[in-house]
Design a protein around this ligand. Structure first.
Ligand code: SAT
Ligand code: MN
Length: 581
C-alpha cells in the first residue's frame, strides 16, 4: 500500500471488521511503553520480575497452547498453488480472506486496536522497509518496540517513500483450530489470527522480514535470509564478516555473540544480527548484509554464563521474558541457567514447579531485548549499507553424517549444500522434536514463494555477484557412539570460525573430499581441548556408506520439487554420487 491516506483508510476498514472499543496510534515513545507496561501489570498480562536484579524486566505467560510457531497453520496465499511451491501451505487469496474475515469479525470487541508503524532496517538505510501492524495485543506492541524501530520514525519514513506493508493481527480466541497466519505476497499483506506467539504475531519478523521480503528480494534481485551476521576480529584488528543460516533454536544467537575462550586470545566476535539478514550486491562487487531488526527474540533455556554470557548480560534489564520460570525472589529461571534449580520455583504456567511434570521453563521460552543492550554489538550494526560478507555458513543439528566443518567447491556447489541441508526439529515450532528433516538454507518455514524458484534465485545471484562469499557447512552437534556430543561447541566454535577466516584469506590448508574441503589436521587449532585423535577423526569423518545413503536421500528430496527444480542441483547431486565412487 502507498501513502498516509491509504494507511488511514486501511485502519478504518480493519476497525470496521474487528470492532475494537478504541483505536490507539502508537508513537514508539518511552512514555507510551511505560504506560502499556503499567496497564499490562494491572491486568496480569505482565508479571513484574525482581526490579532490583532485573530493572525493567517482565514476565509474560502465554496460553499453554500458544508457545511456538505453527507451521501447519501458516499459509502463502497466491493465485496459483505452484507460486507457493511444495514446501508451503497454500490457500487461494480470495478463499483465505473469506475464511479469515469470519475469524476477524468483531474479534477486537472490548479490546484496543493498536496501530503500530515500524521500520525494518535503520532509518538512514536506503533498504529500510516500513510495515504497519494492527494488533489487539499490548504484549505484541511491547515486543515490537524492542524488536523494531517503532512509531514516529516509521511514519516519517513512510512520508518519504510512500510505501508500507500492512499486517493485521488479532489474538482471536487463541484456539489453535481458529489460528491462521496468512501471507498475501502480491499485496505485501499479512493476516494473523489466533496466536500471540512471537513468530506468529510480531509481523515484522518472520512474516515481513522473511516471507514477504524473500518474495520481494526474488523480484528485485536481492536476498532475505534466515541468517545471523557476525564480524570476526583477528589479533591484528581486522574484521571479517560472516552470515550463517541455522534453523530456529540451533544456536544462531549463541554464535552471533560468542565469547572466545582465553586460549583464543586476540579473536573477538562482534554481533551484527542474530536471526535475519537482508543482502545486496554492493558497488564493490561484494555481498553486503544488514540486520533489519532492532532487537533479539532468543531462546532462554540453555543460556547461561558459559554458553552465552552476552545474552544474559543483555537481559538483566529492560527485557521481556516469555514462558520462563520464576524464583521465589522474582528472578527469571530456566533449565541450565544454574547447575541445580533453586528451591520454590514457579513454573512457566504459574504453578509451583513439579519436576516430575516436565521442565520449569517451556523449552521454547524466550527473551526479548533491544540489540543495543548486547555487550558484543558491532559498532557497524546500524551501518546503512550493512557489512560486507566474506563467508556464508549453513548448518543444523545432525547427530550423524555431517562433519564439523567443510567448504563447498564453488558457489553452485554451496547452493546445493544449503538447499539439501538437514537438521533435527526443535521446540521452536510445534510438532515432534528431534526428527531429521531437510530445511533448505534454514528457510523451509520462511520462504515466501516456491522453494525451487528460490534455489534458482540463489544460483542467479551467484552469477551476478562479482566477488561472492565462500560457502561452508558446519555441524556442532555430531554425536559419538555413546550418544554424547563430540564437539564442545559454544565459545570453542571460534576455532572453526578461525579456520573459515583463514580459508577466506587463503591462509589455511584443507583436504579435498567427496563432499567438500575439510581442515587438514594442522590447520584447525585444537590446542587445549580435551579431544583425543579418535574424537577428532570422528568429528571430521566422512563415512562413505552414510554419504551414499545421504546422496540418495537428497535425490529423493530434490524429486519433490518437480519441474521448477534448477538442473544445476541435479547435476550437483550426480557429481556428489560420482565423487563418492
Ligand atoms: O519464529 S520466531 O521468531 O518465534 C523464532 C524462530 O523460530 O526462529
Ligand atoms: Mn529464527
Amino acid at each position: 500500500m502507498a501513502g498516509t491516506q491509504d494507511l488511514e483508510r486501511w485502519v478504518n476498514e480493519c476497525a470496521e471488521m474487528t470492532r475494537p472499543d478504541r483505536v490507539r496510534w502508537c508513537d514508539g515513545s518511552q512514555a507510551e511503553y511505560d504506560q502499556l507496561v503499567a496497564e499490562m501489570l494491572r491486568d496480569g498480562t505482565f508479571i513484574e520480575l525482581n526490579q532490583r536484579t532485573h530493572p525493567g524486566a517482565y514476565l509474560h505467560r502465554s496460553h499453554p497452547s500458544d508457545v511456538a510457531r505453527t507451521e501447519d497453520l501458516t499459509f502463502i496465499c497466491t493465485p496459483e498453488r505452484e507460486q507457493a511451491g511444495v514446501t508451503n501451505n497454500w490457500m487461494e487469496p480470495g478463499e483465505a480472506k473469506t475464511m479469515a474475515r469470519g475469524l476477524f469479525k468483531d474479534a477486537m470487541r472490548g479490546r484496543t486496536m493498536y496501530v503500530v508503524p515500524y521500520l525494518m532496517g535503520t532509518p538512514a538505510s536506503p533498504f529500510a522497509k516500513v510495515g504497519v501492524e494492527l494488533t489487539d495485543s499490548p504484549y505484541v506492541v511491547a515486543n515490537m518496540r524492542l524488536m523494531t524501530r517503532m512509531g514516529q520514525v516509521a511514519l516519517d519514513h513512510l512520508q518519504k517513500t510512500g510505501e508500507f506493508a500492512p499486517g493485521l493481527h488479532s489474538l482471536g480466541d487463541l484456539d489453535p483450530k481458529r489460528r491462521f497466519i496468512l501471507h498475501f505476497p502480491h499485496e505485501r499483506l499479512v493476516w494473523s489470527v489466533g496466536s500471540g506467539y512471537g513468530g506468529n504475531a510480531l509481523l515484522g519478523k518472520k512474516c515481513l522480514a522473511l516471507r514477504l521480503a524473500s518474495w520481494m528480494a526474488h523480484e528485485e534481485g536481492w536476498m532475505a535470509e534466515h541468517m545471523l551476521i557476525l564480524g570476526l576480529e583477528d589479533p591484528r584488528g581486522e574484521v571479517t564478516y560472516v552470515a550463517a543460516a541455522f534453523p530456529s533454536a540451533c544456536g544462531k544467537t549463541n554464535l552471533a555473540m560468542l565469547i572466545a575462550p582465553l586460549s583464543q586470545a586476540g579473536y573477538r566476535v562482534w554481533t551484527v544480527g542474530d536471526d535475519i539478514a537482508w543482502m545486496r550486491i554492493g558497488p564493490d562487487g561484494r555481498l553486503w548484509a544488514m540486520n533489519p531488526e532492532a532487537g533479539m527474540f532468543g531462546v532462554a533455556p540453555g543460556t547461561n554464563d558459559a554458553t552465552n554470557h552476552n545474552a544474559l548480560a543483555m537481559t538483566t534489564h529492560d527485557a521481556i521474558f516469555t514462558n520462563v520460570a520464576m524464583t521465589p525472589e522474582g528472578e527469571p529461571w530456566w533449565e541450565k541457567l544454574t547447575a541445580t534449580p533453586p528451591a520454590g520455583l514457579i513454573d512457566w504456567q504459574g504453578h509451583p514447579w513439579d519436576p516430575s511434570a516436565g521442565p520449569a521453563a517451556h523449552p521454547n521460552a524466550r527473551f526479548t531485548a533491544s540489540a543495543a543492550q548486547c555487550p558484543s554489538i558491532s559498532p557497524h550494526w546500524e551501518d546503512p549499507q550493512g557489512v560486507p560478507i566474506s563467508a556464508i555458513l549453513f548448518g543444523g543439528r545432525r547427530a550423524h553424517v555431517a562433519p564439523l566443518v567443510y567448504q563447498a567447491f564453488s558457489w553452485q556447489h554451496g547452493v546445493f549444500v544449503g538447499a539439501t541441508m538437514a537438521s533435527e526439529t526443535t521446540a521452536a515450532a510445534t510438532g515432534d522434536v528431534g526428527i531429521v528433516r531437510r530445511d533448505p538454507m534454514a528457510m523451509r518455514p520462511f520462504c515466501g514463494y516456491n522453494m525451487a524458484d528460490y534455489f534458482g534465485h540463489w544460483l542467479e545471484m551467484g552469477q551476478r555477484i562479482p566477488n561472492p562469499p565462500q560457502i561452508f557447512h558446519v555441524n556442532w552437534f555430531r554425536k559419538g557412539p555413546d550418544g554424547s556430543f563430540l564437539w564442545p561447541g559454544y565459545g570453542e566454535n571460534i576455532r572453526v570460525l578461525r579456520w573459515i577466516l583463514d580459508r577466506v584469506h587463503g591462509r589455511a590448508t584443507a583436504i579435498s573430499t567427496a563432499i567438500g574441503a575439510i581442515p587438514s589436521p594442522e590447520s584447525l587449532d585444537l590446542t587445549g581441548l580435551d579431544l583425543n585423535p579418535a574424537k577428532v577423526n570422528a568429528l571430521l569423518e566422512i563415512d562413505a556408506a552414510e554419504w551414499q545413503t545421504e546422496a540418495n536421500d537428497i535425490g529423493t528430496f530434490l524429486n519433490t520439487f518437480g519441474s521448477h527444480l534448477p538442473p544445476e542441483l541435479r547435476a550437483e547431486q550426480a557429481a556428489l554420487i560420482q565423487r563418492l565412487g
